[in-house]
Design a protein. Structure first.
Length: 188
């Protein structure tokens, strides 16, 4: 073989190595970014949500502020709106829903029965199609006092409540972020 052939083979091999390294880094970046929930989306949604003191305001709104705006018609304000104390309150629905706020299936809503399991397997009450969620990942149920409780079922990647991994049954308050794998949800 000539010297030119060796040079062509050598540079072709170097280009193939560079292409392989680039594809490996790109694949790794996609996997890691799919696993980690986007903090930007989560922070934006937390900023849009009214503060606890604002949602429970007892004073009646002025006529000028009664005109519907974009913020008043958002789903968050509809869910967290508490009518003034002077107005007769309609019967409150006892239906609690699980809303996926971040992850591959963001926006999906599931009604939560008094006791349910979450996971990737089809025999769960709520099926979460996320490759980082175990087949039987966690269980949500109503406690003795009517509060919602979440419990990890020995999952591989763990269950996180407010970015802290839980090891036993823990009470969930509505609006607290719960993360299973790459999926973050809230009870509302």
């Amino acid at each position: 073989m000539t010297e030119l052939t060796y040079a062509v083979l050598k540079y072709s091999f170097i280009l193939a190595l560079i292409l392989f390294a680039w594809l490996a880094v790109r694949s790794l970046h996609k996997d890691v970014s799919a696993f980690l929930p986007s903090r930007d989306k989560w922070l934006k949604k937390r900023k849009k949500r009214p503060e606890k003191g604002e949602a429970r305001s007892v004073s009646s709104p002025s006529p000028a502020s009664q005109a519907p705006s974009v913020a008043q018609t958002s789903i968050v304000s509809l869910v967290t709106h508490v009518p003034p104390a002077s107005a007769p309150s309609p019967r409150r629905s006892d239906t609690t829903v699980l809303v996926i706020v971040d992850g591959q299936n963001a926006g999906m809503t599931f009604p939560v029965p008094p006791s349910c399991t979450l996971g990737r397997a089809p025999d769960n009450s709520i099926v979460i199609p996320d490759q980082f969620v175990s087949s039987h990942h966690a269980r949500i149920y109503k406690g003795a006092k009517g509060e919602w409780v979440i419990e990890d079922l020995g999952s591989t990647n763990g269950t996180y409540l407010d970015e802290k991994q839980i090891s036993g049954p823990v009470i969930i308050r509505p609006g607290q972020p719960v993360r299973l794998g790459a999926t973050t949800f809230e009870l509302r």
